[in-house]
Ligand binder design. Structure first.
Ligand code: ZN
Length: 797
């Protein structure tokens, strides 16, 4: 406790006296806010009890910790893991553990961090350099140096070495550990490293920009913790030297101040925008501020999912063109959601406008939260908005950025609830808590009683040490008014007239709303109570017409929570073929036994089915149950969708009872994807990732097969196949050849082809043959010498 108090003094001392400039609004740190709610508090506890321990155990079992031991001379051997950025996971989890220790003191964890930090210190070279891959390789005469690392220090950082990326996470961890424990061990390692970076980099020295941003934010934190201005200058240097001759992938295609659109890798992007916001705030830099304002609008007006997820495409792990927001292939990396929260929080601290907190809240309750399972031990990397069962959370990843980001982000969530400026208290999130907040020189205890996100009632009480005048600014969320999102990328399809209500000590108040906050200015006395009631009806959301995948569909939102239809709650597990009946009202109720307790939404809809003539048939009406999007995939993989069809053309009807569909499918290689071959989903081209396909990868240079066993003997004379080909990047191509055989009696016979066997990319290959009566049909496929292949769909008539 003493240590924490002492550090607060140091930090306050240097930010308030020597360097007057920082964010005009300051967040109330999570250490001052004790959650008492039933939604987030259990999540944070499970993060402490489950996520952090298992994340450390993966760092041990995968060799991430061993890398530090070897580099530090405690053990011998080669670099143990896949990527040179694996060091960063250890740093991020230390950061999370440091935060967690402040809410849940744990002597064992504290001691474990000490041993880990000792190993990191030993792995640091004498001059401050820290990068286990190179240090270990140099012990072996350069052998084992990762191809991304570069022969010399730093030279490939703007491409792939991730040396500065690792260090950014080290600095963030070091400041967190110092503030949590008062120990300087990791902070001294960080300072020794930053001194080296400061010596090596500069306009007249190494002038390489960080390929993966984050060191900018890390250096700003180091500057705030130490008061040493050169770390701030270094952060600015790394931003100022960016571009214009680099790749958009790493946001280095223009000088940062000339950028106005969100492009490239979305995690790098949001980390960079956050670093730019820090500089804009501390140095009052208008050019930086203008650039991030333009970029923010580009994201929110054109490139964000209704869940708050960003980064639509997997190929670049990042932003696509405006309005290109496909649902099933949505990337929405968990790290990008966290980065989006970092950026929006900083923009709020700069401007004091609620629209930034609206985006933050939406991301927090939806796209970020979907990144971790209820059990806190499984994680999504991409967070798609629709699934045919091909998505499932994993316990860990070879590239483990997302689990380690969850580990450090979740314990810090209470720090987003409040903020203060001179005489203002901002109430941004509605989560039950008990907080101690300094407003000017007045210590004020603030409590909140709420049952968010399920109920719109909030009760806020203040207990100031001194009876004094100050403002309480209560955020009025867009969803409580008639704004689904600022900029109208998504909008509510109706207008509600019921407004929010505010009372103070039971007397109604007509508070003025400024920048999205209801401002209540008065002389506050101990025990004054503000009651706010936000209307929380089920709202229907429609997307901008330019988002192709959302046309003819609606999304359902209640409060900040976006809902989805998931397989266990709906008839036969079929969800993607649902057609929502627009006439049926939506009802909502709390189900205490479902998914640890959740609000569900009910309506009605129809299952749809294709007929043999190709039209869409509506089956009988049935109940439809919706759950919060973030809670999906906690009951196994299966169908899910956020955007619900209200027109038949936008549904994915059940397949027609064709010969192929009624057959039992077999293949030389059985995988879950085998069901794709007769699901009647037609791809747009041979590399359409929105449609499921079956593949033989990594097999090549051999004959392989798929077979339909018919329900009853059939007379057939025609077959069509659509090949999967993910060239030039992937390992599959259209095959060299194929052949059709039929089974009659016990004998397989090749069909007598009436047309030629063609092998075509991006289209159907159809073969007609002399009619035969058969009990089964087999397609034999000759894989290329160097490539595998796959099938989207195989039709038999
Ligand atoms: Zn990630």
């Amino acid at each position: 406790m003493f240590a924490v108090a002492a550090i607060t003094l140091i930090v306050t001392g240097c930010t308030k006296k020597e360097e007057p400039n920082d964010y005009p609004i300051q967040p109330v740190p999570f250490t001052s806010v004790k959650l008492t709610d039933h939604f987030w508090a259990p999540r944070i506890l499970r993060n402490a009890e489950v996520t952090i321990p298992i994340a450390f155990s993966y760092c041990e079992s995968t060799g991430r910790v061993k890398n530090f031991e070897i580099a530090g001379g405690l053990d011998t051997g080669r670099f143990k893991t896949i990527y040179p950025f694996d060091d960063s996971d250890v740093f991020k989890i230390i950061e999370g553990a440091a935060y967690s220790l402040q809410t849940y003191p744990n002597a064992e964890l504290d001691a474990y961090l000490d041993t880990l930090i000792n190993k990191i210190g030993l792995a640091q070279e004498d001059d401050g350099y820290l990068y286990t891959n190179r240090t270990i390789a140099e012990m072996h005469g350069g052998e084992g140096l990762h191809k991304w690392a570069g022969k010399n220090r730093w030279e490939l950082d703007s491409i792939l070495s991730h040396e500065l990326y690792n260090l950014g996470h080290l600095y963030e961890a070091a400041v967190a550990h110092y503030q949590a424990t008062g120990k300087r061990t990791l902070l001294d390692i960080a300072i020794k490293s930053a001194e080296l970076v400061n010596r090596d980099f500069g306009y007249d020295r190494v002038k390489v920009w960080p390929g993966h941003q984050v060191i900018e934010m890390g250096l700003v934190k180091l500057y705030r913790a130490t008061g040493d201005r050169k770390y701030l200058d270094l952060a600015r240097f790394f931003l100022d030297i960016r571009g214009p001759k680099g790749e958009p992938y790493a946001q280095a295609h223009k000088k940062v101040i000339d950028q106005s659109e969100a492009v490239g890798h979305s995690v790098r992007a949001t980390y960079m925008y956050s670093g730019m916001a820090d500089i804009a705030a501390i140095e009052r830099d208008e050019a930086y501020l203008d650039a991030i304002t333009w970029i923010w609008e580009d994201i929110v007006y054109r490139k964000m999912y209704i869940t708050g997820g960003i980064g639509a495409t997997g190929g670049n792990e990042g932003f696509a063109d405006p309005f290109v927001l496909p649902n099933m292939t949505a990337y929405c990396e968990t790290c990008a959601s966290i980065g989006n929260i970092f950026t929006n929080h900083r923009l709020f601290l700069l401007h004091g406008e609620s629209r930034y907190m609206d985006i933050l809240e939406k991301t927090l309750y939806n796209s970020m939260l979907s990144g971790v399972s209820l059990s806190a031990d499984r994680f999504f990397y991409p967070n798609p908005l629709a699934s045919n069962g091909q998505h499932e959370r994993s316990a860990w990843f070879g590239c483990a950025c997302c689990p380690s980001n969850i580990a450090r982000f979740v314990p810090a969530i209470p720090g987003y609830i409040y903020a203060v400026s001179d005489k203002d208290l901002y109430v941004n999130l509605f989560i039950s808590n008990d907080a101690g907040i300094d407003i000017g020189k007045n210590r004020v205890r603030v409590t909140q009683e709420a049952n968010f996100p399920w109920d719109g009632k909030v009760s806020i009480s203040v207990f100031p040490d001194n009876v004094e005048k100050f403002s309480v600014r209560i955020r009025i969320p867009g969803w409580a008014m008639n704004e689904a999102i600022t900029g109208n990328l998504y909008r509510f399809d109706d207008q509600i007239t019921e407004g929010y209500k505010i009372t103070i000590n039971d007397a109604p108040v007509d508070a003025e709303v400024e920048d999205g906050y209801a401002e209540i200015k008065r002389r506050w006395e101990k025990g004054d109570q503000i009651d706010v009631e936000f209307p929380m009806p089920v709202r229907i959301v429609v997307a901008d017409e330019r988002i192709e995948d959302d046309r003819g569909k609606i999304a359902v939102q209640r409060g900040p929570v976006i809902y989805c239809a998931e397989w266990p709650d709906n008839n036969n597990g079929n969800v993607l073929n649902l057609l929502i009946n627009n006439e049926t009202p939506f009802t909502t109720e709390f189900n205490s036994s479902l998914l640890n307790g959740t609000q569900v939404i009910r309506t009605k809809g129809f299952q749809t089915k294709k007929t043999l003539d190709g039209s869409i048939e509506k089956l009988t009406e049935e109940p439809v149950t919706l759950i919060p999007y973030a809670l999906w995939n906690n009951r196994g993989p299966g169908q899910m969708m956020v955007w619900l069809p209200v027109t038949p053309e936008s549904t994915l009807p059940l397949p027609a009872p064709t010969i192929a569909f009624r057959s039992k499918v077999r293949a030389n290689k059985i995988t879950r994807a085998l069901s794709a071959v007769n699901d009647q989903e037609e791809p747009g081209d041979s590399n359409d990732r929105s449609v499921t396909y079956y593949h033989w990868w990594p097999d090549k240079n051999q004959w392989v097969w798929v077979q339909y066993d018919f329900e009853k003997p059939e007379t057939i004379s025609k077959t069509s196949v659509y090949w999967f080909d993910d060239g030039p990047d992937g390992g599959c191509r259209i095959p060299d050849a194929w052949e059709i055989l039929y089974l009659s009696g016990n004998i397989w016979t090749p069909v007598k082809a009436a047309t030629k066997y063609k092998v075509t990319k991006n289209d159907w290959d159809t073969l007609t043959f002399r009619p035969v009566k058969a009990t089964a049909i087999k397609i034999k496929v000759k894989l290329n010498k160097d490539f595998s292949s796959g099938i989207y769909e195989w039709i038999v008539e």
